[in-house]
Design a protein around this ligand. Structure first.
Ligand code: GN1
Ligand code: MG
Length: 370
């Protein structure tokens, strides 16, 4: 990224309530959606660092609502941590730096939304889980995240992306993309299309559950991939859950499912060597233990019984979303080469196949006494 793309970021920065002079601004992170920068300031002797983001408003059309949600949620968690007298609170939850107009964002003259968070120092994000301790830790952090938000009225925040995890809607979008064949790629993705249709029974099972309204609607994260949990560099403990864009009313089974999707496979989600894509049961076991250590006290038995369904649904949804984007000509996710979305889809479908094979074992590990 050259100086040109950093200029608007630099300009936006001046519209926030930050202390100090700007020293450095560099592109940061590996997200698929926004443009993210790490900013270093100079404030007397100290050099505070910040995360500045140009929000992708094509993906998040309800941009102001998303930023306001994040403020509500991070303030709520902070209050919980204060009540619990947790130490090091600034590193344990995200902190929004307000714009000069006291909003949790700044909208520039071109309508672009910018936002700033404090940078959480001495942490690392990982893209693949290396051992059971990491899985336990990250899952515990997600479970606790849900726990802290379990008394926040789901109506107090808005839906950042309507129908985000609605599997019926994701199938509708796929069928539309197949019909339109906008990028002329349907012929390249025959096998994947056949597979998606074949596992439509997962959709039926989920839609049936939704229709019965037995899953409580709670404030959940909705994007619990492993790199959205920060680990303390020194202790290896999971200390903060980040990327709160998709925090909205939903079900805990989606968060559990996205952890299974991204923690248990030893490979990244665009790995093309599919022999490396499978559920590591020992990692899964640690994930379950960590999650229940965080969330076991408040989830209902129906939620518990449907956690593995969450893993199937989320992995299927992600495969379908990557496939749909491939067919639409890569308009949603950032890609680095033309086939990347198809590769991501194949990867997710491979993982789903393995989940389906191990489903019984996985369910038993959650309900050992039932
Ligand atoms: C996107 O923000 P990021 O890159 O972590 C996506 C998630 C997907 C994920 C797949 C708003 O997340 O839903 O699970 O990519 N976020 C949105 O890697 O679509
Ligand atoms: Mg995200």
């Amino acid at each position: 990224m050259g100086l040109d793309t950093r200029l608007p970021a630099k300009k936006a920065l001046s519209h926030f309530l930050t202390k100090g002079e700007m020293m450095e601004i560099t592109p940061f992170g590996s997200g698929h959606i926004h443009d993210t920068y790490l900013v270093t300031l100079k404030d007397g002797e100290s050099q505070p660092r910040l995360i500045l983001q140009k929000v992708n408003h094509q993906v998040f059309t309800r941009t102001a609502l998303v930023c306001e949600n994040i403020k509500i949620v991070s303030d709520h968690i902070r209050q919980k941590l204060e009540e619990m007298k947790v130490s090091d609170i600034d590193r344990r939850c995200m902190q929004v730096i307000p714009g000069k107009e006291r909003k949790p964002y700044f909208q520039d003259s071109e309508g672009i939304f910018w936002r700033i968070f404090t940078f959480i120092e001495e942490t690392e994000a990982i893209n693949e889980v290396a051992n059971t301790t990491q899985a336990y830790e990250a899952a515990r952090a997600i479970g606790e995240f849900q726990l802290y938000l379990s008394d926040l009225d789901a109506e107090s925040i808005g839906e950042s992306i309507p129908r985000f995890h609605h599997i019926g809607w994701r199938y509708e979008n796929l069928e539309k993309a197949i019909l339109e064949d906008f990028a002329g790629r349907v012929k390249e993705a025959q096998e994947e299309i056949v597979f998606a249709r074949k596992v439509g029974t997962i959709k039926t099972e989920m839609l049936d559950l939704l229709a019965r309204k037995v899953l409580p609607i709670r404030v959940v994260h909705n994007d619990t991939k492993i790199n959205n949990v920060l680990f303390d560099r020194k202790t290896g403990k999971a200390i903060c859950v980040i990327d709160l864009d998709t925090v909205m009313p939903g079900s805990v089974i989606y968060d559990f499912g996205d952890m299974v999707r991204t923690f248990t496979s030893p490979a990244a989600e665009d790995e093309t060597d599919l022999s490396r894509v499978f559920v590591r049961l020992e990692i899964y076991q640690a994930l379950v233990e960590g999650y229940l250590a965080g969330a076991g006290s408040f989830i209902t038995s129906t939620e518990r019984q449907n956690l593995v369904l969450g893993a199937k649904v989320i992995t299927l949804i992600m495969g379908i979303r990557f496939l749909t984007d491939y067919l639409n000509g890569d308009i949603y996710y950032k890609i680095h080469y033309p086939e990347q979305n198809l590769n991501r889809c194949r990867n997710q479908f491979q993982l789903l196949k393995d989940i389906l094979e191990k489903e019984n074992e996985m369910s038993k590990m959650i309900l050992p006494n039932n």
